[in-house]
Design a protein around this ligand. Sequence first.
Ligand code: NAD
Length: 355
Amino acid sequence: MNKKITVIPGDGIGKEVVEGALQVLNVVAKKFSHQFEYEFALAGGAALDAAGIPLPEATLTSARSSDAVLLGAVGGPKWDANPQHLKPERALLGLRKELGLYANIRPAKIYSALVDASSLKKEVVEGVDIIVVRELTGGLYFGKPSGFEQRNGEEVGFNTMLYSESEVRRIARSAFEIARKRSKKVCSVDKANVLETSQLWRKVVIESAKEFPDVELSHMYVDNCSMQLIRNPKQFDVIVTENLFGDILSDEAAMLTGSIGMLASASLGGSVAMYEPVHGSAPDIAGQNKANPIATIASVAMMLKYSFGLSAESDAIENAIEKVLSAGFRTGDIHTEGMTLLGTKEMTAKIIESI
Ligand code: NAD
């Protein structure tokens, strides 16, 4: 198989973890006789420094003409004081919008070797296997009007939470389809007791469920869901929710597994999907060979499966991660007593060795 991948390392640890993931892809390509061609592109702070804008047109052109996009992470204190349209994070929103990536898929699965790395009790987290399907291109992050203005002699900030029926229907369908391949349970999370957008959300999700009679649908308010994720996470299989709630809940689900450094994600919907670790650019550890590369390596495993249909290759990576963890190798974020501490490069090398 011959595939072109647009690679956007981004900022901070993004560059380090992407380098590791590409090394893993190269090994998989060799072992299974594929060819992956990489086209490097800029986004975020790196693009601001080089081109003065967070998402250059050249990056979008590259992404649109490739078979998949791999992104590290963007952002950092250097650009924090920039005006809104020149913040690195605008690149993420732009990529999602321009590529039509309305469904963000985030698995939160406990690796058995890492049960003790969770801050929750072993019996609560053992066997947790959740997928959060987050709507990615609507809601509060994109709704207009938004901005700042003077009201009654003081400055106010405002955003608009808005969903159309078609936006809800397509993300609901994505969730039902994913659930069909798993244990056929979807929990739709909203705040329908307060928000009109949530009332529409719930109505459309219920309508959409009729197309999937084999999938069991339940509903939960977002505040309760955040409690239940900590109290009894095993009750969940697929959670579907809007953009802001999904942003928060998927990070919470992430922590069940021990570290945000372990979690992969896929953004689907358009003709080209984007794969990225859930974590950010971690300025506190950037450039120190301390970042956990597993989230990004697991992200390329998702790319192989979802974009290229290469399940055996994807499983080879997943199994290698599991094996390395079972052998007691850890990066700092998941390290516990008695385990062998490795840096980013060394952890990547161990996974490659295991493949
Ligand atoms: P973060 O995810 O970068 O870091 C949170 C904490 O987790 C830090 O202590 C960090 O050291 C640790 N961490 C994160 N990834 C790790 C890894 N792979 N291995 C080991 N430890 C890891 O979140 P933040 O600190 O809130 O944000 C930092 C910057 O990243 C900000 O500029 C933010 O806007 C940006 N950000 C970008 C994305 C993205 O590009 N998708 C996502 C979230 C945050």
